[in-house]
Design a binder for this molecule. Structure first.
Ligand code: SF4
Length: 456
């Protein structure tokens, strides 16, 4: 029996399912199934497949990648911390940790704190271990969203029936991108937005911008990302830093919020709270998030920008209309009875299937779709919103949603630092350096390989 959420006929997973959209399912070890050393990815979740993992399952993850993903764990983090304590000053690594905004509501809920106090507690804990800098990834998310806005407008102008540049599909979720690249291939990959994800941009900011400011060689920095899901560990493997020596990775290790919380619970350190650092060496802007419900918030900022740039329309409140379910929502801009823009948010595998089916049939009504692998968005990432037995923790998710809603919303354009970064770091907003640093080319076979061809 295959996973009830996946309709791929080739999917050979033996599963037990529960009744949830984001079911966790018991599987035989992939090595048992295939007779090969592959599928280490699943072992990270105690041999369970979650839906987001399903989008990057062992048919998409090579044996070598599986090993490298599994190596990103607390042990690796402590290895570097301990080496720093023992080795000569000249050999020490500078430890920098960057925290995703969707992780902070988890720490706030876990320790019954506000988001601000939770970030101070987390920062104090990491520094007490020997971490030198703790950042958040907000400025990297600003750059990612701004580049996505510009790309959408470019695609809209370029789009024609002969050479369709639309729809544009969001590319910040590594589970979805990996699935699109490795399984779907053409015709889906040309529609993926080329803007790099916040994690990838943060890697370049730390290993390039920050390293230069601190007069450090990038390989002296050990950069850890704290993220809501395991898929970001996989993403870290593909993050070479543009303009740096080949093979230099932007993130050396990704730890989930749950892995960090476990360290905090097991620690008997008396911790003094501390403020987050900034890449710029000054006071941090107040905690903020992009408009949107549970994700990095691409849909609303791109929608507002496109409405203004393309139709000179100022959008007030962005109104979401639930379609098939609350994880498939639509936003439209209408004038004189005509729909000028039609955007959608499609979260979770079930809704992704529908998007892909429509795209393949050539009957696609949307200009942009914010696609996320996890039903419920990033707050529901499997690295934080699950019970000990691997089920979705609905009560925790509800609490995190409430907490996330209290974080002030700021438009990416309003960040004082972003324009400085374009000017000082990237030689201008439209320079070749900005394009290479902030954009990527998505891989993908022209047609899915035979063995991976999908029969929906
Ligand atoms: S939706 Fe968010 S949490 Fe889930 S796999 Fe994608 S990036 Fe990770």
């Amino acid at each position: 029996m295959k996973c009830e959420h996946c309709t791929r006929k080739e999917c050979s997973k033996k599963t037990k399912t529960d009744d949830r959209e984001n079911a966790s399912v018991e599987v035989p070890s992939p090595a048992q199934e295939s007779g090969k050393e592959k599928g280490e990815f699943h072992k990270l979740a105690d041999a369970k497949i979650f839906l987001s993992d399903c989008l990057a399952c062992d048919s998409c993850v090579s044996a070598e990648e599986g090993v490298q993903v599994a190596q990103q764990n607390a042990k690796d983090f402590f290895r570097v911390l301990n080496l720093n304590k023992k080795c000569d000053a000249s050999e020490r690594k500078v430890l920098a940790v960057s925290v995703c905004p969707q992780s902070l509501p988890y720490f706030a809920a876990k320790f019954s704190l506000s988001v601000t106090d939770a970030s101070r507690r987390l920062c104090g804990f990491l520094k007490s271990l020997g971490v030198h800098y703790v950042f958040d990834t907000a400025v990297a998310a600003d750059l990612s969203v701004l580049e996505s806005q510009k790309e959408f407008v470019r695609r809209f102008h370029r789009h024609s029936e002969q050479e369709p540049a639309l729809p544009m599909l969001a590319s910040a979720c590594p589970g979805w991108v990996r699935y699109a690249e490795r399984v779907l291939g053409h015709p889906v990959t040309p529609h993926l937005c080329t803007a790099r994800s916040p994690q990838q941009i943060m890697g370049s900011l730390v290993k390039d911008y920050f390293a230069r400011r601190q007069a450090l060689s990038p390989d002296k920095i050990f950069h850890v990302i704290v993220a809501p899901c395991y898929d970001r560990k996989l993403e870290a493997l593909q993050e070479d830093v543009p303009w740096a020596s080949p093979g230099l990775r932007g993130a050396d290790c990704v730890l989930t919020s749950g892995e960090i919380a476990q360290m905090m619970e097991q620690s008997d350190l008396s911790v003094r709270d501390a403020a987050l650092d900034t890449l710029f060496g000054d006071a941090r802007e107040e905690g903020r998030r992009h408009e949107g419900t549970n994700s990095d918030g691409y849909l609303a900022p791109i929608f507002r920008h496109a409405a203004k740039e393309l139709f000179n329309e100022d959008v007030g409140e962005v109104t979401y209309r639930a379609l098939r379910n609350r994880d498939f929502q639509e936003v439209t801009l209408e004038k004189g009875g005509e729909v000028l823009l039609r955007f959608a948010a499609a979260y979770g595998f079930r809704n992704i299937q529908n998007v892909v089916l429509k795209l393949k049939k050539g009957k696609f009504p949307y200009h942009f779709v914010e696609v996320l692998a996890c039903a419920g968005g990033c707050l529901n990432g499997r690295g934080q919103a699950q019970t000990e037995d691997g089920r979705a923790d609905k009560a925790l998710l509800r609490e995190m949603r409430g907490i996330y809603a209290t974080v002030p919303v700021r438009a990416p354009e309003s960040s004082a630092r972003v324009q400085d970064l374009y000017r000082e770091w990237l030689d201008g907003a439209d320079s070749p350096r900005a394009r290479e640093t902030l954009h990527t080319a998505h891989q993908g076979p022209e047609r899915p390989a035979d063995g991976r061809d999908i029969k929906w």
